[in-house]
Design a protein around this ligand. Structure first.
Ligand SMILES: [Ca+2]
Length: 166
């Protein structure tokens, strides 16, 4: 049941700095639903009904990222809608982040699936992507056309922001 209560959250949203200066401005709150049972120290994004934690990797590959999320009881988050994509793009607004590693693996027939076998239907590929050919995983990158998806090697070992979902 959603009580509609607002609860002051200890952490700010990832990219939204509270306003500074004096005068009239929007007050800044992070709200979470009191009834949601996200694991401790995780954030709830109410609009997307999404429990998550954000991590910034040293250069590690997708297998290591997925292992990290599963060791915490979660899984590497997938981007399954425009709304989710817009939210993930916010991570790229914070330099020096230039990549977000997200879930999704290319299948032999060229389709894309999540680890549980769910077919992916939402994509935001950069023009010319996916290129396939040993590029079976997905990163969101800042490009001249905005923040868009690129397929990349799953052995991709560059630093990226990644999100574990619970
Ligand atoms: Ca590519």
């Amino acid at each position: 049941m959603d009580t509609g209560e607002c609860v002051l959250h200890s952490n700010r949203f990832y990219s939204n700095e509270p306003p500074s200066g004096t005068g009239v401005y929007w007050k800044y709150f992070v709200a979470t639903s009191a009834t949601v049972t996200c694991p401790a120290e995780h954030t709830y994004y109410r609009q997307l009904k999404f429990c998550y934690s954000i991590h910034e990797s040293d250069p590690i590959d997708f297998t290591q990222i997925k292992t990290f999320c599963s060791s915490r009881g979660g899984e590497l988050a997938a981007v399954s809608s425009v709304e989710m994509n817009n939210y993930f793009k916010e991570f790229l607004a914070i330099r020096p982040h230039i990549r977000v590693c997200i879930a999704g693996e290319e299948q032999l027939d060229g389709s894309w699936e999540l680890e549980d076998g769910t077919s992916m239907s939402y994509f935001n590929w950069y023009p010319g992507q996916p290129e396939s050919g040993n590029q079976g995983c997905i990163v969101i990158k800042a490009t001249s056309l905005g923040d868009m998806w690129m397929d990349a090697s799953c052995a991709y070992s560059r630093s990226c922001v990644f999100v574990c979902e619970y």
